[in-house]
Design a protein around this ligand. Structure first.
Ligand code: ZN
Length: 571
């Protein structure tokens, strides 16, 4: 989209992508002076990307005159119909003679959004419209003070910055407008550059006048005493005017999502806008039916996937952190699950996106079983930490047992490693298997097949398989694992999070490997003893050394158990 520098009849200079559409705003729709018709506006420049027009100094009067190209607009092909309609939707719009009715669906789906011109084009396609029609709808919202245009990459005091993802290290290239900048960080979402523009909506996506109706259904929600207590503290946090951030630090498998529902219900009842977000798609798809069950009367769009923009609008939004990048100051309350999970954990872009999606003065609750040190430190200082230490079955978390093994980094091959570990190794795994299928975690993809073969040779009668992220048969194998088809399953970190296998027992091979930090160790241990039928389980960490990560992981698990015991949440 290109913008024009336009002089209004009053002599003001304004930037507009659609000067003809803006005509009613320039002089209140009246273009007569002393009974004579005057030019409604003068277009002073050819179309230029907003990033460049924003930064030029306003030219002097003589340059303006030289630039004037008064007949440029005669060639514009479109016309707008009756703007009367707009009055109901866009307060403050001056109704002019040459405008056209708003598309109610488009105006609705732009609520709270931050979309590039290309994403607006995709929105147009999904409604069977021309891109110009959606751009013009967005522009009417801008003129009504309900939205704004910003260059996708904009000059700031210290240099250029991508307005979609916050990146300031940009790729520079020569364009006909001068030096151009493209953002390398959010390229997977479509191009963001100085030649592009972003529409930012200034309204919240919450349903208007939502009020308190239809939210009583959450009383059907059954919470354990542990959840009840944490839910009370979450509600307190959401209602208070003190902290803007809090962390719900829950034991693995304690049911932290449901703990947020009463606070979400309260916020929605107050007319606030609420977002549930998580980095991984499987978490979003896992939460969706539970959220819908808790709020049966609400429409809850599920915006998942990493690249393509999703547009559905609703009362309560559930989205991956990639999709959150398409919202701008939209939510009064954000629940962010698994903040320590890939890809959010290491992504400045996604973290920036969540901050951008929060309304000024809004609140954010992070949920994690294994918070990262930086977040813990920040929230200890400025926020509030809420603990949910017990699982619903009121049994303590299984505490990992440390078993010394030879140094994996010094052993030539797995065969000689194994010969040094036997016979105790086999009998320990056999003892685990007595209680349920064993998940055998290894640090590297290359170890999966090696260990699968070794373990098959130790346990010829067992059904054993292994998998890793790029295994083409991964999904089928996971289905079989859930069905209980395997005695032992070798896996990388793909099974670390969000998986419940009935009766699972856990062994971690080379737990002192640098890929295993305290958080992944806690998550892996957390696969054991999750269900009511199998509330306990064994966890063994095989390692040459007891690393700081192993010690911290065991300490965290013991701490949760201690908290739960003190609070009377364990039997
Ligand atoms: Zn970017």
């Amino acid at each position: 989209m290109l913008f024009y520098l336009v002089r209004t009849p009053k002599g003001e200079l304004v930037l507009s992508p659609f000067p003809e559409l803006d005509k009613p705003y320039f002089e209140g729709g009246s273009f007569k002076e002393d009974g004579k018709n005057i030019e409604p506006y003068t277009v002073l420049t050819p179309g230029v990307p907003l990033a460049y027009l924003e930064t030029v100094a306003v030219p002097s009067e003589s340059i303006l005159r030289a630039l004037a190209r008064e007949d440029v607009l005669k060639s514009f092909p479109w016309h707008w119909g009756d703007l009367e309609y707009l009055k109901d939707y866009l307060p403050g719009v001056v109704v002019g003679p040459e405008s056209r009715e708003p598309n109610v669906e488009i105006v609705k789906s732009l609520r709270g959004r931050k979309l590039t011109e290309d994403e607006l084009r995709m929105l147009a396609t999904s409604y069977g419209l021309k891109p110009e029609e959606v751009w013009q709808q967005a522009h009417l919202l801008v003129r009504a003070g309900l939205g704004e245009w910003v260059p996708a990459v904009r000059r700031e005091r210290k240099g250029w910055r991508c307005q979609r993802c916050g990146e300031s290290e940009l790729e520079e290239w020569p364009s006909i407008y001068g030096a151009a900048f493209t953002c390398p960080s959010c390229r997977s979402l479509g191009t963001s550059s100085t030649l592009k523009v972003i529409y930012r909506d200034l309204r919240t996506p919450a349903r208007e006048n939502f009020g308190l109706r239809s939210l009583n259904k959450t009383s059907d929600l059954v919470l354990t005493p542990a959840q009840e207590k944490a839910a009370g503290q979450v509600l307190e946090f959401v209602q208070s005017t003190l902290e803007s951030e809090a962390l719900l630090w829950a034991a693995c498998g304690a049911g932290k999502t449901e703990v947020c529902f009463p606070a979400a219900a309260w916020a929605l009842g107050q007319g606030k806008s609420v977002l549930f977000a998580a980095p991984r798609q499987d978490v979003i798809h896992d939460v969706a039916p539970r959220l819908q069950q808790a709020f049966p009367d609400l429409s809850i769009p599920v915006l998942s996937g990493a690249s393509a923009a999703k547009f559905s609008a609703g009362d309560l939004v559930l989205a991956t952190t990639h999709q959150v990048l398409r919202f701008y100051q939209a939510f009064d309350l954000i629940f962010l699950d698994e903040l320590d999970a890939f890809p959010y954990r290491d992504s400045r872009m996604l973290q920036w996106g969540v901050t951008q999606a929060l309304r000024p003065g809004g609140k954010i609750l992070f949920l994690s079983a294994t918070p990262d040190p930086a977040t813990l430190k920040r929230i200890r200082k400025e926020g509030k930490i809420i603990r949910l230490p017990a699982r619903h079955h009121r049994r303590p978390l299984p505490v990992p047992v440390f078993k010394k093994m030879p140094d994996w980094s010094r052993v030539k091959d797995s065969g000689s490693l194994l010969s040094k570990m036997q016979p105790g190794f086999g009998s320990m795994l056999a003892a685990l298997r007595e209680h349920g299928p064993v998940i055998f975690f290894v640090p590297k993809i290359s170890s999966v097949n090696v260990w699968t073969e070794i373990l098959k040779s130790i346990f010829p009668g067992w059904s054993i398989a292994g998998s890793y992220s790029r295994d083409p048969e991964r999904l089928d194998k996971l289905v079989a694992l859930r069905r209980g088809d395997f005695d032992l399953f070798v896996a990388t970190s793909i099974l670390e999070r969000g998986v419940t296998i009935e009766g699972a027992q856990v062994a971690v091979m080379a737990a002192d490997h640098p890929v295993f930090d305290e958080r992944s160790l806690v998550q892996m241990a957390g696969r054991a003893g999750r269900t009511r039928a199998n509330p306990s389980g064994g966890v063994i960490f095989f390692a040459a050394r007891e690393t700081a990560a192993i010690r911290t992981a065991v300490r965290w698990i013991n701490e949760q158990n201690e908290l739960a015991r003190t609070a009377g949440l364990l039997d």
